[in-house]
Design a protein around this ligand. Structure first.
Ligand code: ADP
Ligand code: MG
Length: 213
């Protein structure tokens, strides 16, 4: 099957014999599948399985494919999942531009070219000219944008979002939702968003799956 997008086919994840997550779902390019559930229900675990970094403590089965290609057995670095978490996770010892350039594929050669690409990516998320800054001097909303720029620059084939808006205040949260979902749509990236915020699901506008209690 060569269906475009992300396919979760009978993905089942258990811990100590207890099934946490069981899901079959297709996510079209640009579409956001929202997975909701209480804390501890297995949301981050599902993303870890799809991204290829599930802890071996879990027992998992089922197929994950992207654009019809089975990626279930591939190591994380060959799956090209773009990740965003609650915290921006920026390297404190690098500049903002350095953090973003870090995600560039090795094929992009030369300090000046890598630097220019990083600056473009920053401008693209509304952070023009902030490349030289120390990440510690940025606001929470700016850090979230840097993380997004870095993720987009890594040429992902899908986005896996783990409660990425939950630390932002209400106004910034709405801005970031629009920015992230807009970029995903523009790039045709399938997205899995895990959250316990109903407003995230509403903003995502796609199908919603509930796991756990
Ligand atoms: P959520 O993201 O929905 O809050 P998680 O996916 O992080 O939940 O966790 C699901 C369950 O798996 C929880 O009971 C958690 O304690 C457990 N868990 C998470 N990571 C590990 C691990 N590395 N080893 C064993 N159990 C884990
Ligand atoms: Mg979690």
């Amino acid at each position: 099957m060569s269906e475009k997008g992300l396919m979760l086919d009978r993905v089942t994840i258990a811990l100590g014999g207890r099934v946490l997550v069981s899901i079959t779902h297709a996510v079209a390019p640009g579409e956001v599948l929202t997975v909701m559930g209480p804390s501890g229900s297995g949301k981050s675990t599902l993303l870890a399985y799809v991204g290829g970094f599930l802890d071996p403590a879990f027992e998992a089965s089922g197929k994950v494919s992207v654009d019809g290609v089975d990626i279930t057995r591939l190591p994380a670095e060959e799956r090209h999942a773009g990740l965003l978490f609650q915290d921006a996770l920026l390297f404190p010892h690098m500049t903002v531009a350095g953090n973003v350039a870090f995600a560039l594929p090795a094929e992009v050669k030369g300090r000046a070219l890598r630097r220019a690409r990083a600056e473009e990516a920053l401008a693209d998320v509304g952070l023009e000219g902030l490349g030289e800054r120390d990440p510690d001097t940025l606001s929470g909303g700016q850090k979230a944008r840097v993380a997004l720029a870095r993720t987009l620059l890594s040429s992902p084939r899908m986005l896996l979002l783990d409660e990425p808006f939950s630390r932002l205040d209400a106004e910034l949260r709405q801005q970031m939702r629009e920015l992230v979902f807009g970029k995903a749509k523009a790039s045709g990236l399938p997205v899995i968003l895990v959250t316990h915020d109903e407003a995230d699901a509403a903003a995502a506008g796609g199908p919603v799956v509930r796991i756990g209690a």
